[in-house]
Ligand binder design. Structure first.
Ligand SMILES: C=CC1=C(C)c2cc3[nH]c(cc4nc(cc5[nH]c(cc1n2)c(C)c5CCC(=O)O)C(CCC(=O)O)=C4C)c(C)c3C=C
Ligand SMILES: [Fe+2]
Ligand SMILES: [Fe+2]
Length: 389
């Protein structure tokens, strides 16, 4: 009998400082990250934003040792998952497919199609909650590959869309939070602060991204599993660009709690299972400093799950259950996460023919203004509208 394959999906991060520019270019080239009405604009704009952001981003990566730990952690999770599955009697091959950096999803798919032994594949995103911008983007990419690659079409697969309700995952999160609370002199007085990665508000309100609802429910489930009397807050971090993102923003919420006299804060990164730049730099350095200034003197951050044994067991259980359940198709996932409008957005389609010329004109004008502003001031337009700090 053939073997089981598990394809772990993740975002990927630059391994070294020289990778930051091309990594950002890949990220901003993704229509699921910047939603534009015209495909032709995607690459030039991605190049423009990436080249402007590279230096600031490199400074941040410098503070965490010159690169992202994501690849190494994700590979360790894969190794641990393989072993855990083995103890459950499942001999599986694990593949890691990153969306924006090595090992790319394309590389993972290439090696799994060469692996003639793989009979059934489980697609498992390492994002507990679904967002159009994360799991959605990877699913979209895979869907395209499946459509165009006859070799892939021979592999039977199933998708795990999101898994924030998985009891083992909730228990691992609760354990890590409890451990951090118990380091404080008065554990029950600490305020628990869930910080989720943000998305633009329009993803939820216009495109129907279930992300916010899944994050909120996940937070409640973790609190219920933790079963402690602590007060808690949920806020959204890492906003980029000029548009409104999900609120409250982490920085505002920290300041408000400080103003209310909160002294002990336990920060829980909730939308990502590995340490990465937003935990190691943004929370541990930037938000810590902000909290200190706001009078929060005990600032503790709950570590990411990484290879926490209870978490790895939870992933293994997800795989085993998926193998026992009816297969879920990539296109079914999009339907299941109802109301989602992935790129190209349906609402653009009806407007596109009548307004295309108007848009072309506006964009050409904007490009021209940007050039003039930059020539006069020596700074890019995006700097002024806030896409760069
Ligand atoms: C569930 C987690 C994440 C969501 C949702 C998400 C949406 C999202 N992100 C950007 C822009 C950037 N993200 C960047 C890095 C980054 N993003 C996530 C996770 C989510 N993003 C992680 C784990 C990482 C870090 C990877 C690492 O290197 O360790 C970056 C690059 C870093 C920087 O310059 O700040 C950008 C830019 C958007 C626009 C978006 C939703 C539309
Ligand atoms: Fe991000
Ligand atoms: Fe950030």
């Amino acid at each position: 009998m053939g073997r089981v394959g598990v394809l772990l999906l993740n975002l990927g991060g630059p391994d070294k400082l020289d990778d930051v520019g091309p990594f950002l270019y890949n990220l901003f080239s993704d229509p699921e990250i910047i939603r534009l009405p015209f495909r032709w604009l995607q690459k030039p704009l991605a190049w423009f934003i990436a080249s402007r952001r590279t230096k600031t981003s490199q400074e941040n990566y410098k503070q965490i040792g010159g690169g992202s730990p994501l690849r190494q952690i994700t590979e360790a999770q894969g190794e641990a998952l393989k072993q855990e599955l083995q103890t459950l009697g499942e001999d599986a091959e694990i593949y890691v497919g990153m969306r924006y950096w090595h090992p790319y999803t394309e590389e993972a798919v290439a090696s799994l199609t060469h692996d003639t032994e793989i009979e059934k594949l489980v697609i498992l995103p390492l994002y507990p909650q679904f967002s159009i911008s994360t799991s959605g983007s990877s699913f979209r990419l895979l869907e395209q590959m499946w459509k165009t690659d006859p070799k892939l079409q021979q592999i039977e697969y199933t998708v795990i869309a999101s898994w924030y309700k998985q009891p083992g995952y909730l228990k691992a999160m609760a354990d890590l939070i409890a451990q951090e609370l118990d380091q404080l002199p008065n554990p029950s007085e600490a305020h628990i602060f869930f910080s989720a990665h943000g998305v633009p508000k329009s993803y939820v309100e216009e495109a129907g991204d279930p992300y916010q609802q899944e994050i909120e429910e996940c937070t409640e489930l973790i609190m219920r599993t933790l079963n402690r009397p602590n007060a808690y807050t949920l806020a959204y971090q890492s906003r980029v660009g000029p548009v409104e993102w999900l609120q409250p923003y982490t920085e505002d919420a920290i300041q408000e709690l400080g103003a209310k006299g909160i002294q002990n804060l336990v920060v829980v990164p909730i939308s990502f299972v590995s340490e990465h730049i937003e935990t190691l730099q943004e929370i541990d350095i930037e938000y810590r400093e902000l909290a200190e200034e706001a009078g929060i003197h005990n600032f503790r951050r709950v570590p990411a799950l990484n290879t926490h044994p209870t978490f790895i067991r939870a992933l293994a259980d997800l795989v085993v259950n998926a193998l026992k359940s009816p297969n879920l198709d990539l296109s079914q996932v999009t339907q299941m996460k109802k109301r989602i409008k992935m790129y190209p957005q349906e609402q653009w389609q009806w407007g596109i023919t009548t307004s295309a010329e108007v848009w072309n004109g506006r964009i050409a004008m904007l490009g021209f203004i940007a050039l003039v502003v930059e020539m006069i001031t020596g700074r890019g337009l995006l700097h002024f509208i806030g896409i760069l700090q």
